[in-house]
Design a protein around this ligand. Structure first.
Ligand SMILES: CC(C)(COP(=O)(O)OP(=O)(O)OC[C@H]1O[C@@H](n2cnc3c(N)ncnc32)[C@H](O)[C@@H]1OP(=O)(O)O)[C@@H](O)C(=O)NCCC(=O)NCCS
Length: 207
């Protein structure tokens, strides 16, 4: 996967399960999500928004909204986890991730709708992000969180991340996990196929 088109990316949607077995669809953000995405962020509690963006914002500023919508540009991706509520597809969580090819790392951040927190959604989403990281060839995945964010710190610890100081902000802590999943062992079918086709395309694989 070196160039990305929305039509190609659309095939990469996954089904996640909450702790109680409810199904969620995880898919890339599309232009049609603009209003619903803003609604999602406006509806987050002030504290959740602060923890997600490390600052007080009431909605996504225009530049950040455009970044969310520019899926695949500069190896940055946004996904939403959605659920059907009263016949409408509703966003219950979101994540952004970026591949830093020069360091073979995948950086990510995420949030879950306050009403849906504590249902295991972030745990499932992070496992899914690990599949995506492995498929993109990342060797580590990491995120940053405020030192005061006990929930994220506890979640990262349970998900097998180690903690290091943030390189230039003492208020943040970085959580990092080594990825050692071979392409054929990636536990998400579509990402396993993506990784295998990427491997087959790479010059080193045919050398
Ligand atoms: C952090 C966040 C993503 C967790 O999402 P979630 O879906 O509620 O997490 P899960 O249900 O998968 O919980 C996993 C673990 O997190 C921890 N956790 C969850 N809620 C917690 C709480 N209220 N207090 C302390 N720890 C908590 C627990 O260790 C939990 O495991 P357990 O249920 O087995 O005890 C969510 O709280 C959130 O969106 N916060 C605002 C945005 C944010 O902080 N993003 C992180 C920085 S990028």
């Amino acid at each position: 996967m070196s160039a990305y088109r929305l039509e190609e990316l659309k095939q990469y949607s996954d089904t996640l399960r909450t702790r109680h077995g409810e199904a969620l669809n995880v898919r890339f953000v599309e232009p049609r999500d603009t209003d619903e995405l803003q609604h999602y962020f406006r509806s987050l509690s002030t504290r959740s928004r602060y923890n997600r963006f490390f600052g007080a914002i009431s909605e996504l500023p225009k530049g950040l909204l455009n970044d969310f919508l520019a899926v695949g540009e500069r190896e940055r991706f946004s996904v939403v986890a959605t659920k059907m509520v009263d016949g409408f597809e509703t966003i219950v969580a979101e994540a952004r991730y970026a591949l830093h090819a020069e360091t073979s790392t995948l950086e990510f951040g995420l949030s879950v709708d306050d009403r849906w927190q504590g249902h295991g959604i972030a745990t499932a989403l992070m496992t899914n992000l690990e599949c995506r990281a492995a498929a993109l060839g990342a060797e580590h995945m990491f995120g940053d969180t405020l030192r005061s964010n006990a929930t994220m710190i506890s979640l990262a610890r349970k998900s097998g991340f180690a903690f290091v100081n943030h390189p230039d902000d003492w208020k943040l802590v970085r959580f990092d996990k080594e990825i050692h999943i071979a392409p054929k062992e990636i536990p998400c079918a579509s990402w396993r196929l993506a990784a295998l086709s990427r491997q087959a395309d790479s010059p080193s694989a045919s050398a």
